[in-house]
Design a protein around this ligand. Structure first.
Ligand SMILES: Nc1ncnc2c1ncn2[C@@H]1O[C@H](COP(=O)(O)OP(=O)(O)O)[C@@H](O)[C@H]1O
Ligand code: SF4
Ligand SMILES: [Mg+2]
Length: 330
């Protein structure tokens, strides 16, 4: 199989932001990555680094905010989503690409029983089913996402379900079209740790069972280590390190990736202290010149203040955007 055939999604040099074309405040610049067939791709970084903007730009879901793609391609199924009009994109959204979000309550209609909400989506995706067939399909989907007694849960109201169950209902809706790609934007951030692990496990199993690919956004490198095959680290609207999870965890090269790892309890030797990263990432439109991480980087040299580092391959499985990627000895 050649490399291109294995890819479900290929984002190339994407520049996107908020406002009017030509005067938009760019939130992401030059973002490039590929999601491979049947794999989970993790997009990680602190809050405000452009992860959601990246995901939402794939299916242009911005809830009315003025949003523009200034440059770049988003190749899916051999077609460029960035070049499609809204009507063409509507044929892909919720049919070939599904998305789930952080807060499952806001995505559900509080005045409608959960089974009926799933049924509505099933009907849209499978025209011509009888109501008995729709009901069977809904119950099957609820069971598939690990909801016990699905016949009973069919008639529950959203507020009667826990956060974890609500997220499972949304995953069931997202699966009803058997998507090739599921985009999950911090799907477990609002859930407690045990439930978080269960929902992530479910996404992981579904990926194996039905062969879909997942683009999983998280601010937690621990989640990436456990659940992803490939990954990219984002900082201030750019990808600063990318490659296979195995390779990056074995040999992280970017000071920002290192800093995220040092802030991760499970990764730090008990003899050492956890080191939170001082400062905050800059907001869109306030990016510093040169390497955008330089104000927070303890390895910054003069060159870092004015020259933007490219995300260059270190190996076939690993790229890093740092002027000092080969010389810093960790
Ligand atoms: N609707 C919007 N309008 C204007 N700016 C936005 C909007 N959404 C996000 N941004 C800005 O874009 C940048 C990236 O945000 P976001 O993609 O939400 O980051 P993340 O998901 O990594 O937390 C931030 O500076 C944020 O303030
Ligand atoms: S390019 Fe310079 S400032 Fe940026 S991460 Fe590398 S060493 Fe730090
Ligand atoms: Mg986000």
């Amino acid at each position: 199989m050649n490399a291109a055939a294995e890819q479900v999604l290929q984002v190339e040099n994407l520049h996107a932001g908020f406002g009017q074309r030509g005067r938009a405040q760019m939130a992401i610049e030059g973002v490039t990555f590929q999601v491979k067939k049947g794999r989970v791709f993790g997009l990680v970084g602190e809050s405000g680094c452009g992860k959601s903007t990246t995901c939402r730009s794939i299916i242009r879901l911005f809830g009315g905010s003025p949003f523009v793609i200034e440059q770049g391609r988003i190749l899916f199924d051999g077609k460029d989503l960035a070049a499609m009009d809204d009507q063409q994109l509507a044929g892909i959204r919720g049919r070939k690409i599904s998305m789930i979000f952080q807060d499952p309550m806001t995505a559900l209609n509080p005045t409608m029983r959960v089974g009926d909400q799933v049924a509505e989506i099933v009907r849209r995706n499978h025209v011509g089913l009888s109501s008995t067939q729709v009901r069977e399909k809904v119950v099957g989907l609820l069971r598939e996402v690990g909801i016990t007694s699905p016949e009973r849960r069919f008639s529950a109201w959203p507020h009667e379900l826990s956060g974890g169950l609500r997220q499972r209902v949304l995953i069931a809706m997202a699966l009803s079209c058997a998507p090739q790609l599921l985009i999950a934007d911090e799907p477990t951030t609002a859930l407690d740790v045990t439930i978080q692990a269960q929902v992530l496990r479910l996404l992981h199993d579904l990926r194996e069972r039905i062969g879909m690919s997942v683009l999983l956004v998280t601010h937690d490198l621990g989640v990436v280590a456990q659940h992803c095959d490939d990954m990219a680290v984002m900082y201030a609207g750019k990808i600063v390190e990318s490659g296979s999870v195995a390779e990056i965890f074995a040999n992280p090269r970017h000071p920002y990736t290192r800093a995220l790892l040092n802030a991760l309890p499970a990764h730090v030797d008990p003899e050492h202290k956890l080191e939170p990263i001082p400062g905050e990432p800059p907001a869109a439109g306030q990016y510093p010149a040169g390497c955008r991480f330089h104000p927070r980087c303890r390895f910054a040299i003069d060159r870092c203040h004015n020259e933007i580092p490219d995300n260059e391959q270190l190996t076939r499985e690993h790229a890093c955007a740092c002027h000092r990627k080969e010389e810093i000895l960790w």
